[in-house]
Design a protein around this ligand. Structure first.
Ligand code: ARG
Length: 461
């Protein structure tokens, strides 16, 4: 006997097969099977306490649901061709186990409040894995910052050599963005933990269910306050996708720099063989594929966000089937990040740094600001000092000399304030050590960042 849809009564004829396939969401909402059963167990208790079903009925329904839960956990739960979605599949299975009594479970409930509840439960169940993956990547960055503490490198703005920095300062520059993403996830969790169940299809539940108890039972903070909003609210899905897109953007920024730094032109890093790939044609190639994919997937993650926002934008209040489009992008964004984050962490932990190449890329022009500061120390106003330092740079370019190769006479020709101690300015480590204010690249300031990051990583929140 074929299984009938939950809504068969009003229909004389069967749904067209292609229309059924288009309508069905089981292929993806099967991922919420566990949550669907958990929600149903709580609902069965709520309607029992509201005197909708008897104690005996409740016991039977609960036993059936617990059996389904076991089947799901042991992967024995199977989907049938006529199962429209996970909610129908669980109810169908409950019928197979306990018979017609299963028909009482859905009393006072709609798939509208049910699906919104399942989806929120799913998100609350999965945010911790994402959080842990973010923490691990943050740890990898801090480990590198400690390991590469002695290495100096050019810092860039506009991708032009700007000022020397510690490589550790660069590693740590990728830590706070991920920390912010983690905070965003935690804040989002609070908004996810609002319970739609007990709002019915749209207008609320006609039975005296205790939604506060239901909310506590399912681990939510409180029940949603308005039924029309509760069944249509997908802010949490959009916010999740925003956080995912933001993480993607942060990872892409890191990836873009790693790709550049592993090129022969930079030669700052070499990826471990385990985290790079070759070319089918050019035997010498070693490509930074994981990072290129990271950069590429950042675009896809942004697409998931804009796609869902476009869907939500056209909708009136309450449930519309368009909302079924919410799950695929959220699952895909989650899968993408869960696949990507550990690979990035592994690639960072295993890459080889080329300190000599990095140091050699620092040229004396990068200390032109220090040269201006040298003049400032001798009483020249900064604006003027900036212009004089610029003239020195121009003289170096004209004479094809590094700034420490210009003679003292050549310096004095530009400005009489220059003296023989000017050459000390071109010590890159000195330049770095001067930037000691909080957040700067001076070794002590970087150490302070490491200490703080490690404290954050070991504390629970
Ligand atoms: N599969 C649906 C979804 O994911 C479940 C809700 C169906 N509700 C309805 N009124 N047809 O949104």
């Amino acid at each position: 006997m074929t299984n009938q849809p939950l809504w068969h009564g009003r229909f004389a004829n069967k749904t067209n097969d292609d229309a059924f396939a288009l309508n069905a969401s089981i292929s993806f909402d099967i991922r919420m099977a566990e949550q669907d059963v958990r929600g149903s167990i709580a609902w069965a208790e709520a309607i029992y306490k509201a005197d909708v079903i008897t104690a005996a009925e409740h016991t039977q329904i609960q036993a059936g649901l617990l059996q389904i839960e076991q089947e799901i956990l042991s992967q024995a739960f199977t989907v049938k061709p006529d199962d429209e979605d996970i909610h129908s599949a669980v109810e169908r299975r409950l019928g197979e186990i306990i018979g017609t009594l299963s028909g009482k479970l859905h009393t006072g409930r709609s798939r509208n409040d049910q699906v919104a509840t399942d989806f929120r439960l799913w998100m609350l169940d999965h945010i911790p894995a994402l959080d842990a993956a973010l923490v691990d990547l943050q740890s990898a960055l801090v480990e590198r910052a400690e390991e590469d503490f002695d290495t100096i490198m050019p810092g860039y703005t506009h991708l032009q050599r700007a000022q020397p920095i510690l490589l550790s300062q660069w590693w740590l520059s990728h830590y706070p963005p991920l920390k912010r993403d983690q905070a965003r996830l935690q804040e989002l969790s609070r908004r996810v933990a609002i319970l739609p169940l007990g709002c019915g299809a749209l207008a609320g539940c006609p039975y005296p269910v205790d939604r506060v108890a239901l909310s506590e039972k399912l681990g939510f903070a409180k029940p949603a306050m308005n039924s029309l909003d509760a069944v249509s609210n997908r802010d949490f899905a959009a916010e999740f996708l925003f956080v995912a897109a933001m993480i993607g953007t942060h990872l892409s920024k890191l990836a873009e720099q790693i790709i550049l730094f592993t090129s022969a032109e930079f030669g700052f890093f070499e990826l471990d063989d385990a985290y790079s790939t070759g070319s089918s044609l050019m035997p010498q190639k070693k490509n930074a594929d994981p990072f290129e994919l990271t950069r590429g997937k950042a675009g896809t993650l942004l697409g998931y966000l804009t796609g869902l926002m476009a869907t939500l934008k056209g909708l009136p209040s309450t449930y519309d089937k368009d909302l079924q489009e919410d799950k695929v992008p959220v699952f895909a964004a989650f899968d993408t990040l869960i696949a990507m984050l550990p690979v990035i962490a592994g690639a960072l932990r295993t890459l080889t740094v080329k300190p000599a190449r990095m140091e050699a890329a620092i040229d004396t022009n990068m200390m032109a600001t220090d040269l201006a500061d040298y003049l400032v120390e001798r009483g020249v106003p900064f604006r003027e000092a900036h212009a004089i330092s610029g003239e020195v740079v121009r003289a170096g370019i004209d004479k094809q000399k590094a700034l420490d190769e210009l003679t003292l006479e050549e310096y004095k020709e530009i400005n009489a304030v220059f003296d023989k101690d000017v050459y000390a300015v071109y010590d890159a480590r000195e330049s770095i050590a001067k930037r000691a204010a909080i957040g700067g690249t001076a070794p002590d300031a970087v150490k302070a960042q490491i200490v703080r990051a490690k404290r954050e990583l070991t504390s629970k929140n």
